[in-house]
Design a protein around this ligand. Sequence first.
Ligand SMILES: CCC1=C(C)/C(=C/C2=NC(=C\c3[nH]c(/C=C4\NC(=O)[C@H](C)[C@H]4CC)c(C)c3CCC(=O)O)/C(CCC(=O)O)=C2C)NC1=O
Length: 169
Amino acid sequence: MRDAVTSLIKNYDVAGRYFDRNAIDSLKSYFESGTARVQAAVAVNANAASIVKQAGSQLFDELPELIRPGGNAYTTRRYAACLRDMDYYLRYATYALVAGSMDVLDERVLQGLRETYNSLGVPIGPTVRGIQIMKDIVKEQVATAGVTDTSFVDEPFDHITREFSEIDI
Ligand SMILES: CCC1=C(C)/C(=C/C2=NC(=C\c3[nH]c(/C=C4\NC(=O)[C@H](C)[C@H]4CC)c(C)c3CCC(=O)O)/C(CCC(=O)O)=C2C)NC1=O
């Protein structure tokens, strides 16, 4: 698992090169955005349970068939599994935000996930919708916490979405 700095070092080490201008620019931007990324993680940590709950309600309001007989989130067990998955995405998204790298998502969350979902009939489109709803809620929370430019918050949620969407939709 790598963060923005270790990824950069790895790339330059492989080539046996000192950091060049590009490397320095990305290091600078990583360190300059550090406080905002940590603030975002703190804002999520303090509200994780309510973020997941709110995102879940909004998702099931939009797509009530998910929790009706025949829906993938129907039955208490599957409903709970769905919210648990949302909680996984949220927690790992905060790790990725702090790391400034999506590597942790690739390694710990996304590997083999599409296959698992397909084999269990977990629908990808609604999952992606749930992740996007969560993104919007998180951005509001982060803005409320005093971060002015919240655009960096998109990245992990959009990364998960892209990985899911690539093959299945
Ligand atoms: C940390 C990384 C990690 C992830 C991401 C993860 C996901 C994950 N979600 C699963 C199931 C599931 N995932 C869902 C999710 C949903 N169903 C819907 O209709 C909604 C669209 C959606 C919620 C938004 C459901 C309902 C199940 C249970 C499916 C079943 O057992 O039939 C399973 C199968 C095993 C299990 O039930 O625990 C895995 C592995 N596990 C992990 O360890």
